[in-house]
Design a protein around this ligand. Structure first.
Ligand SMILES: [Fe+2]
Length: 304
């Protein structure tokens, strides 16, 4: 456990305190308000999330063979990066995956037509990956909002496998409304995507991790304390405000960790200025214009 706190972990039970807790049934407006206020909520696997996970796993197996989590042992790093890039691209752009995202929201009582989403990003954390300079950005402590996202951003994280706390990530919830030292002013969304989306999605340039500017916390991670961690099951959804300070944990388990994350915004909340506190985000530009409006895919998935 490496000293990471893990609280409120009972699945299906009522919230027991701070930490990652099972989301109790509540109207969508209350769910979003709780997230903006700092709640860290888990939702059980659902038809939509399981379809998305199955799609990602099938793409990984087509590229990496039957055991994708062990592919790092057998493939040259450049070939592995290229193969993962093809999976990233396919998942991000797939209209079928977009429809499965809409289904996932609907599974939990959110009306997809009210939302826009930055679609599924494949996240990859290799064993001992922190020793690879090009992977440094994977471990940077950050708020997702520092990437030109709205304050109403809800990050929706879905693991492809059952994972123990030491293979997920940690939050520092007490920092939600406290400014921290960071270089988000260096991030301009329009510059980020000026040459296409390969940098944003990470499907072409294996050296980008060394040269691109990824906004990050500039202080001493250890001084933040151990943070709040969590375990998870394949296909669960973990929801949190994109304004939460968080960071991926380095791990030395013998298997690569794969997960998906979606960036979800309620268009009405964005228009009304609702969202989490915005205490230290100096990023420029807005990614919202490139989000997929789920209204464009939901009718099709609904009748499929
Ligand atoms: Fe993040």
């Amino acid at each position: 456990m490496s000293g990471v706190q893990e609280r409120g972990m009972t699945s299906g039970g009522a919230p027991t305190g701070p930490g990652v807790v099972a989301a109790p049934p509540m109207p969508a407006e209350e769910l979003r308000a709780a997230l903006y206020a700092g709640a860290l909520l888990r939702l059980p696997p659902s038809p939509g999330s399981l379809a998305l996970v199955a799609r990602a796993r099938a793409l990984l197996q087509a590229e990496l063979g039957p055991a994708p989590r062990e592919a790092y042992l057998k493939m040259a790093p450049s070939a592995l990066f290229a193969a993962l890039g093809r999976v990233r691209r396919a998942l991000y752009l797939s209209p079928e995956a977009h429809a499965e995202i809409a289904q996932t929201l609907a599974d939990h009582g959110l009306d997809p037509i009210e939302y826009a989403v930055d679609p599924a990003r494949l996240r990859v954390v290799h064993p001992r990956g922190e020793q690879e300079p090009a992977a440094a950005a994977v471990y940077a402590v950050h708020r997702d909002t520092w990437y030109g996202h709205p304050s109403a951003l809800i990050t929706w994280w879905i693991p492809l496998d059952d994972l123990p706390p030491e293979q997920t990530f940690v939050f520092w919830p007490e920092r939600l409304d406290l400014p921290v030292d960071n270089d988000s002013e260096a991030f301009d969304y329009d510059v980020w995507v000026a040459k296409g989306w390969s940098l944003k999605i990470g499907w072409q340039d294996p050296e980008a991790g060394k040269t691109a500017r990824y906004p990050a916390f500039l202080g001493d991670r250890a001084a933040l304390g151990p943070g709040v961690g969590f375990a998870c099951r394949r296909g669960e959804s973990l929801l949190f405000s994109g304004a939460h300070l968080h960071g991926t944990r380095a791990h030395a388990a013998p298997l690569t960790r794969f997960s998906l994350d979606l960036r979800v915004a309620h268009l009405g909340d964005v228009a009304a200025g609702r969202g989490a506190p915005r205490v230290d985000d100096r990023s420029r530009g807005s990614s919202l214009g490139d989000y997929v409006r789920l209204a464009t895919v939901w009718p099709r998935s609904k009748t499929a």
